[in-house]
Design a protein around this ligand. Structure first.
Ligand SMILES: Cc1cc2nc3c(=O)[nH]c(=O)nc-3n(C[C@H](O)[C@H](O)[C@H](O)COP(=O)(O)OP(=O)(O)OC[C@H]3O[C@@H](n4cnc5c(N)ncnc54)[C@H](O)[C@@H]3O)c2cc1C
Length: 510
């Protein structure tokens, strides 16, 4: 069998992309290296991931939000939650550990954000997320083969042949979602450039003889940074140039030595229950496509987990790529559509890498970094400052440069609630374009009917239409066109051709 798409890697990005492609009717095979997706590192506390607004909206628009927010059965002995989860004032997020708070954020700066079931931030456990996505993918008909690590591949003008787990698979396209050490990226000869690490980061669950010796919370010291969450969770940053990471086993003796040096205490560890290391290496592929090979998620970009943005970045890649690759394979895509995946997502990735580098700059054990920290603390505590950091951390400032004069073009569509109670988020569930016509204008209906196989047309007023008369979105919910008074249907026709090709056009060459 020749699959439409082979996906290397059944992590969150590979699984979500598989759902997107299957939604568009493609045949998809996910090849996942690990036999068993479960791992203690994917559970509380180290497996907790903060989701940003674009990610939550993506899940909402595909009907996945309820499953992700469903309460989980309580565990017998729940490990400690992050230290900031216990605060009375509601934190909105942080920059290098410096928090901003909800009550300080001036949301009037975002006039097009409407109340929605998709909020601006939420936490999810990696294992739950992967379980929900894998179940959805399989229910939709995606094939997932576990224990099949991609080893090598060849691509021709027509297809890609992949060797994985001793077997050979063929697909029209291969997408590498195989994480930071991606085999697809390396074997495909993608250029990967960036900055080398300054530190080794540690996340560890420990037991201590004298827990009172460590102060709870995050602390910068003359030798690094540590966070202690009682009773036994520590995170440390040791500015060793990344020398320790993945070069030696993580032993209790080593963690204790680093902890004592960084915390400037003589704290004694009695057990090391779980530990992992990471660095601030920040690299990005210069292009996300080579012929029939594409990259998404950590395979395309890596950076320190400190800003908590890697998963969001990768899921954003998947939401952007899925419908474009599907349209390309179905022969409906306008020329160059698939190239907009790289041109839209690469700059977003570069911004996130710089955001993570800026945090490293503030964390160095130096006088200048402490001075910078004091300034950021002052700024983040202002209403403008809190809104700025919230915009970046929550992803609400995300905008693709799509041209167009309306400020909504290139941004995520507001979650308009129609007078009949339906919401924009529900109307995007099928993964099609959407023309929302608040004034039920006849020319718009005629226009949409020309792309009836790709665009859903809805004529209905909204409870709050924010001054718009009509709105046209891509399948990923990004606004392609927005009109206020007496809009010209020809403008919508141009936007429809730009993203969906000409009606009845012959398949484009790819
Ligand atoms: C401690 C920590 C905290 C973090 N916190 C956050 C956070 O709060 N918010 C956030 O957005 N991000 C966070 N991140 C980053 C986030 O976890 C990653 O960016 C995200 O998991 C990337 O997803 P992915 O699917 O691209 O890659 P992965 O999750 O790495 O999945 C890749 C998959 O590919 C498989 N694979 C590998 N090689 C092959 C092969 N050759 N063939 C087939 N399969 C293969 C792997 O087994 C794996 O299942 C954090 C990371 C860490 C380490």
């Amino acid at each position: 069998m020749i699959y439409d798409v082979l996906i290397a890697g059944g992590g969150p990005v590979g699984l979500f992309l598989a759902c997107e492609l299957r939604l568009a009717g493609l045949s998809v095979l996910v090849l996942e290296q690990a036999e068993d997706p479960r791992s203690p590192l994917k559970r509380l506390p180290f497996g907790m991931r903060g989701l940003s607004a674009p990610t939550i909206e993506a899940f909402y628009r595909r009907g996945l939000l309820d499953e992700l927010t469903a309460p989980k059965p309580a565990k017998d002995s729940a490990p400690s939650a992050a230290h900031w989860m216990h605060q009375s004032r509601r934190p909105g997020g942080h920059f290098a550990g410096i928090q901003f708070f909800h009550d300080n954020i001036d949301t009037s700066k975002w006039p097009y954000r409407l109340p929605s079931p998709a909020g601006t931030s939420m936490m999810v456990e990696m294992e739950s997320l992967e379980t929900v996505l894998a179940a959805r993918a399989e229910a939709m008909g995606v094939e997932i083969r576990r224990g099949f690590g991609v080893e090598e591949f060849d691509q021709s003008d027509e297809d890609v042949t992949v060797r994985a787990g001793g077997e050979t698979f063929r697909g029209s396209w291969l997408v590498g979602c195989d994480g930071g050490r991606s085999t697809v990226r390396k074997a495909g000869g993608f250029e990967f450039v960036g900055t080398d690490p300054e530190f080794t980061g540690y996340s560890a669950e420990i037991e201590m003889a004298d827990p009172d010796k460590l102060r709870p919370g995050r602390h910068y010291t003359a030798t690094g940074m540590y966070t202690y969450t009682p009773p036994g969770t520590i995170t440390m940053v040791d500015f060793d140039g990344g020398a320790f990471h993945r070069t030696q086993p993580i032993t209790l003796e080593h963690v204790q030595k680093v902890l004592r040096r960084i915390s400037v205490t003589d704290a004694t560890l009695t057990a090391l229950k779980l530990a992992t290391t990471w660095t601030d290496r920040a690299y990005q592929a210069t292009a996300y496509r080579k012929g029939r090979i594409l990259l998404a998620g950590d395979a395309a970009h890596i950076h320190s987990p400190l800003g908590g943005q890697g998963l969001n970045l990768g899921l954003g890649d998947a939401m952007n790529l899925g419908w474009k690759l599907a349209a390309t394979i179905r022969g409906e895509a306008p020329d160059g559509l698939l190239d907009t995946y790289s041109s839209e997502r690469h700059p977003i990735g570069a911004q996130v890498l710089d955001w993570s580098r800026a945090q490293v700059g503030l964390m160095r054990p130096s006088r200048s970094s402490r001075a910078l920290e004091a300034i950021i603390r002052d700024l983040i505590d202002t209403r403008d400052g809190a809104a700025y950091f919230a915009e970046r951390v929550w992803g609400v400032s995300l905008r693709y440069d799509l041209g167009g004069s309306h400020p909504l073009v290139g941004r995520s569509a507001p979650d308009f609630e129609l007078v009949d109670g339906r919401r924009l988020g529900d109307l995007l569930r099928a993964g099609r374009g959407l023309l929302l016509d608040f004034d039920a204008c006849a020319p718009f209906e005629a226009l949409a009917s020309r792309w009836a196989d790709r665009i859903t047309y809805v004529a209905s007023d909204a409870k709050d239409r924010r001054g718009l008369s009509a709105l046209f979105t891509r399948p990923d919910g990004v606004v392609a066109w927005a009109g206020e008074t007496a809009p010209n249907p020809e403008d919508v026709a141009r936007a429809a051709s730009q993203w969906f090709g000409e009606p009845g056009k012959e398949p484009a060459s790819v």
